[in-house]
Structures are given as structure tokens and as C-alpha cells.
Design a protein around this ligand. Structure first.
Ligand SMILES: [Fe+2]
Ligand SMILES: [Fe+2]
Length: 191
């Protein structure tokens, strides 16, 4: 189920703004996971269970679309350009893609442990520790990853990509979410 958070989001005329909006959701749901990790020594309250489930759904369903937006829509169009100011940013794209791969097993571990916790109402002390460690590693990886994307890659993309490239990226993002690319508000992706 799509997750809509906060009233202020960018729209499809600003695809890199939309990608930054996704980063705010990633950060928020990582915080949700970290908060859950602190109370896993006891059965989950209704609020904790609901918040944890929302975070799991986000990382299972929505976050992969964000990765696809970057790897399939944005990065290839940046790699096709030759402006000198892009040179050092382009060299970071391979590293960003490696980060995308590196977080997969951590997300799988978090999901496995969280599902066990939600199903059984408890986790062993060592599993709580493993959950906390995996979440902390995710937060650490995403912190630097998002900083590079938000402050280096996306501003350059917004500045250098043509309007037709931006429109194509936006269209692909809309298609991934199965929403129409029509009106600004109507076309806001929620993932
Ligand atoms: Fe990324
Ligand atoms: Fe990103």
C-alpha cells in the first residue's frame, strides 16, 4: 500500500526533488526501525507493531522503486553526458550502485527478525542485538549515500539534464508507480 507522508512534496516537473523526498521517507522509516529495536525486549505494543509493519512494507515495496529510479532512469542519463563538472560525480555512481547492493542483505536480515518479532511477540537477546546492528549499519550506509545524492548528484542532474531527459525520467517514475503523469498534485508519487 502506498505511503504518503507530509503535505509538502515535489512533483513530476522536478524528478530529482521527488527522489530527495524519497530520501526523507527512507530516513524516517529507518528511525522507525531503530525505535522498534529499542523495545524488542518486550512484546510489541499496537503502535509499535503498526509502525514496524509500515516500515517493513516501505522497504519491501517502495524503496526498490527508488533504487530503480536511480539505476534505470537517472544514472544512465548522467553517464551519457560529458560536461567536465560531471566528471567527479560520475565516478561516484558506481559506488552508489554498490551501496544499493550492499544494503540488500541488511534489509533482508531486518525483515526476517522483525517478522519473527511481530509473529511471536518476542525475540532472543542475541536477535535483538542482530536487529539493532543491522539497522545501525543501514543508517550509517544511507547517511553518506543520501548525502552524496542530495548534495552532489541530484543538483548536477537538475542543472545539466535537458527538459526532455527530465520528462522521460518523470514518465518512467510514474510508470513504475502505475500513476498517470497528468496534473501536478494528481501525479505525485507516494513511494
Ligand atoms: Fe541511491
Ligand atoms: Fe537515493
Amino acid at each position: 500500500m502506498p505511503v504518503q507522508i507530509g503535505a509538502k512534496t515535489h512533483n513530476f516537473t522536478d524528478p530529482t526533488g521527488l527522489l530527495s523526498d524519497c530520501h526523507r521517507r527512507i530516513e524516517m522509516f529507518l528511525e522507525t526501525l531503530a525505535a522498534a529495536g529499542k523495545v524488542m525486549g518486550a512484546p510489541p505494543s499496537v503502535d509499535t507493531a503498526r509502525a514496524l509493519q509500515s516500515a517493513l512494507v516501505y522497504f519491501r515495496q517502495a524503496a526498490p522503486k527508488h533504487t530503480a529510479d536511480e539505476e534505470q532512469s537517472l544514472f544512465p542519463r548522467l553517464r551519457g553526458r560529458e560536461e567536465p563538472e560531471l566528471k567527479s560525480a560520475l565516478s561516484t555512481l558506481d559506488r552508489l550502485e554498490k551501496d544499493h547492493e550492499a544494503v540488500s542483505p541488511l534489509h533482508a536480515e531486518v525483515e526476517r527478525l522483525a517478522e519473527t518479532y511481530l509473529e511471536t511477540g518476542s525475540l532472543s537477546a542475541s536477535d535483538v542485538q542482530a536487529f539493532q546492528t543491522a539497522v545501525a549499519r543501514l543508517q550509517e550506509t544511507y547517511r553518506e549515500h543520501i548525502r552524496v545524492e542530495d548534495f552532489t548528484v541530484f543538483p548536477l542532474a537538475a542543472h545539466l539534464l535537458s527538459d526532455s531527459d527530465k520528462s522521460a525520467i518523470a514518465q518512467e517514475m510514474a510508470t513504475r508507480r502505475k500513476v498517470p503523469l497528468l496534473g501536478i498534485d494528481a501525479a505525485k508519487p507516494s513511494e
